[in-house]
Ligand binder design. Structure first.
Ligand code: 5RP
Length: 272
């Protein structure tokens, strides 16, 4: 791996723990103004200092994130359909590599739809994006099993989807937690980060999901709704950080969540 590629990876995955807390705010690219993400800038501002990377589209980056931001950016470069379309897998690359370089991002991300009508197109697009990424020194994150594919979220399906993405050259893969997740990790030779999916019943459930994923070998999280749809997004992301970077237990993370809810946030530099 060339220096530029390694440097970009190291900016996302903190060298001390080797893991990452990515904050996903890219949902609008196919869902429109999702609850509590109606104004991305407003949602992002308080939690941004606690994220190791943010995942979004070029439109939101330009409109809602100041260019002085120090947090690395993972740029979603696929899209083209919305929740109103009958086939969510009908995506294509919507943002070229040249623009990702111009925007000075740390990685590009695209969805692959294994087992869906547009499996072939999205997988070949991943192969092509990886070739461009290798030339540019830009890591490519493959995002597996979104939309209707979530119905197939078991270890057998996710192992297949993640392994195929890695075989096509993805430098990291975003997937979902499932029972038997360690099998998914075992079969995937590149770092796996775990999405949260729709808001769970409680903050505790989201912390447990994160804990289980890290215990079973995830290299971090790329979570959205379970952070910014929580009533306490800052406390939530700080509790998740403790699990990901400090290997806190769920109990310890819950204690931190409660303490942080009650107290004003200290300077991010003083946190993990
Ligand atoms: C949308 C995405 C999201 O970034 C991903 O699902 C993570 O967000 P959440 O934790 O809310 O599921 O890729 O297509």
């Amino acid at each position: 791996m060339d220096w530029g590629m390694r440097n970009r990876m190291a900016r996302m995955f903190k060298p001390r723990s080797g893991r990452t807390v990515m904050l996903a705010v890219d949902h609008g690219y196919f869902m429109g103004p999702t609850r509590r993400l109606e104004n991305v800038g407003t949602t992002l501002t308080p939690v941004l200092p606690y994220a190791d990377a943010i995942a979004l589209t070029r439109g939101i980056l330009r409109s809602s994130v100041p260019p002085t931001v120090e947090v690395p950016v993972v740029l979603r470069v696929s899209g083209g359909v919305t929740v109103l379309h009958e086939d969510l897998s009908d995506e294509a690359i919507t943002t070229p590599m040249e623009e990702a370089l111009r925007l000075n991002v740390c990685a590009v991300a695209m969805s692959v739809f294994v087992g869906a009508p547009h499996e072939h197109e999205t997988l070949t697009a991943l192969g092509n994006l990886v070739s461009e990424g290798e030339s540019a020194g830009m890591p490519v994150m493959a995002i597996t099993a979104v939309g209707k594919e979530l119905e197939k979220r078991d270890a057998r399906y996710l192992s297949l989807a993640c392994r195929v993405a890695a075989e096509l050259g993805a430098h990291l893969v975003k997937t979902y937690y499932c029972e038997g997740f360690s099998k998914v990790v075992e079969g995937c030779p590149v770092p796996l980060v775990v999405a949260g999916g729709p808001r769970l019943d409680s903050d505790r459930a989201a912390l447990q999901l994160c804990f289980d994923a890290i215990q079973e070998g995830a290299a971090g999280i790329d979570m959205g709704r379970n952070i910014w749809q929580s009533d306490h997004p800052v406390a939530m992301i700080r509790a998740l950080r403790a699990i990901v970077h400090e290997r806190a237990t769920v109990r310890e993370a819950l204690d931190l969540l409660e303490t942080t809810k009650a107290a004003p946030a200290p300077s991010p530099a003083a946190t993990a």
